[in-house]
Design a protein around this ligand. Structure first.
Ligand code: IDP
Length: 149
C-alpha cells in the first residue's frame, strides 16, 4: 500500500491544531502507521530539505522547523501521496484553496503548518530519514473493506 510522510511543523504544534489536522486525514480514510513528537536535529533538517539547502530562504526554513517540536507521521492508503498533497494545499497558505489544511489554517509561506511528501520517491526517502522500519506499524483499519472498491 502507498505511504506518505507528513510532518506538522512547529507552528501547527504550538497552535494546538494537531488534532484538527489528524482528524482530516483520518476521516479521509488514510491509515496512520507511525507518529513521533520530536525536536528535529540539524542533520535531519539538512537531509530532509537537501534540495533547498542553497535557496535564500533556507536559513529561515531551518530555524523555523527547529524552533519547537514537530509531529512526524507516516500515513498509508491507495494513492496517499497525491491525496495528502491535495488535502494539504498550495505552499503559500495565502493562496491555498479554502478547504485545504494550509488554506484553512495558515497565513504565510514561512509558517505553513505542515509538510507532505511530493512524490512516491520523496515519501520513501523522507520516511527512511525520520523512521526506522520497525517503527512502522502493520495493522488493519476496521473500515478498510468498505473504503476501497
Ligand atoms: P512544499 O512544502 O509545499 O512542498 P517546497 O517548495 O518544497 O514546498 O518548500 C519547502 C518548504 O520551504 C515550504 O513548505 C516552506 O516551509 C519553505 N519555503 C518555500 N519557499 C519559501 C519562501 O519563499 N520563503 C520562506 N519559506 C519558504
Amino acid at each position: 500500500m502507498d505511504r506518505t510522510f507528513v510532518m506538522i511543523k512547529p507552528d501547527g504544534v504550538q497552535r494546538g491544531i494537531i488534532g484538527a489536522i489528524i482528524s482530516r486525514l483520518e476521516a479521509k480514510g488514510l491509515k496512520l502507521v507511525a507518529a513521533k513528537l520530536t525536536m528535529l536535529p540539524e542533520e535531519k533538517v539538512m537531509e530532509h530539505y537537501a534540495e533547498h539547502v542553497e535557496k535564500p530562504f533556507f536559513p529561515s526554513l531551518k530555524a523555523y522547523v527547529m524552533s519547537g517540536p514537530v509531529l512526524t507521521m507516516v500515513w498509508e492508503g491507495r494513492g496517499s501521496v497525491a491525496i495528502v498533497r491535495r488535502i494539504v494545499g498550495a505552499t503559500n497558505p495565502a493562496e491555498a484553496a479554502p478547504g485545504t489544511i494550509r488554506g484553512d489554517m495558515g497565513m504565510e509561506t514561512g509558517k505553513n503548518v505542515i509538510h507532505a511528501s511530493d512524490s512516491d520517491e520523496s515519501a520513501a526517502r523522507e520516511i527512511a530519514i525520520h523512521f526506522s522500519a520497525d517503527e512502522l506499524v502493520d495493522y488493519t483499519r476496521i473500515d478498510e473493506p468498505v473504503l476501497y472498491e
